[in-house]
Design a binder for this molecule. Sequence first.
Ligand code: SUO
Length: 442
Amino acid sequence: MKAREVNFDGLVGLTHHYAGLSFGNEASTKHQFRVSNPKLAAKQGLLKMKALADAGFAQGVIPPQERPNVPLLRQLGFSGSDEQVVERAAKQAPQLLSAVSSASSMWVANAATVCPSADSLDGKTHFTVANLNNKFHRASEAPTTENLLRAIFRDQQVFSVHGALPQVAMFGDEGAANHNRLGGAYGEPSTQLFIYGREEAKAGLVPARYPARQTLEASQAVARLNQVNPDLLVFAQQNPTVIDQGVFHNDVIAVSNRQVLFCHEQAFLHQHDLYAQLREKVSGFTAIEVPADKVSVADAVGTYLFNSQLLSREDGSMTLVLPEESRQHAGVWRYLNEVLAADNPISDLQVYDLRESMANGGGPACLRLRVVLNEAEQKAVNPAVMMNDKLFITLNNWVDRWYRDQLTQADLADPQLLREGREALDELTHILDLGSVYPFQR
Ligand SMILES: NCCC[C@H](NC(=O)CCC(=O)O)C(=O)O
């Protein structure tokens, strides 16, 4: 049975703004308080989804979360009606209101880690929701992410969705952004490479300046929950010095597809040992390694060339889906064209304008969750979330009706934004046939 990779992209939420919340993510810090355009952000994302769907890649959509997160504000001691809760938070702690209003769930590469059925001991497709413990504004995504995944992958005969790991630093887990799957055909058992930033139990090498968000302990627990066949597992540490240069997730410095790993030469701590392990486990393993004298780590972080999607076409060749920023940089673009000309599976570069998401540190790869599905599993997915001409038009109209074209931290105090958000999401759950998934619906 033929399996394929389906990409599910996060739809940008109505409160997308630049809050400067992610220490260690340099774009987030740099763009704090810049005026955002949620409408444009959502449309940029939809255009990428539609273009990839039109090019024959299977594409789904994951909806945004309810923001501001009023229950979370109540947990922090703000009381009264929902409107009063928001109003009081805006007055007493505007930075908290901003955090609980973040549209960060758009970066669904951090929603969960996925184990395709070919790799799991029980033959099911597993999802473990990420706890995103390192950042307050992101840790609150987990419960609704779980509801959303259950509403999309709802057939429990074939899908198994696990709740997030315990919310403590020891089990900090950032989902698929720190996970690669390497192998042959998608439906064949493949090697799962879990990348971590530090090991809680050992005083090993760790970054000095910025946090290592993912622990080895978390990666091991996710592999257990997902029932990954132990023969297929590899764990490797990210290079702490690149974390200190702004590589807060592995998908900022490496991307894989089938037998190919496209990465910077400084991505991993013991890079050559890792290649040796992968050569042994993955038939035809191909590393396309970018040297620092061609692209510095700073330029990789600035242009996000590795935060790309590496997609297989029918003939086995691969398309690299890149953000506009990597075309704008002469040296990076020259290097990418050298990769194109060289003898390797990459034979096409596609560039998208994702400027709104990029300014918060999210490129093409951050916006998508990869799910390998065989034919029966594809049929078991909630069909209303799959991108096609009709859904594209419906979602664009929905965005036009509900989204603002500029937003600042001060606007978050507007009780109308809360009401608009709920009405819009209520409508969206009908469009995507999700049932009741948000706190305000329960
Ligand atoms: N995979 C990309 C994730 C980007 C995300 N940025 C943010 O949350 C920035 C939000 C802000 O600062 O407004 C993060 O760092 O986890």
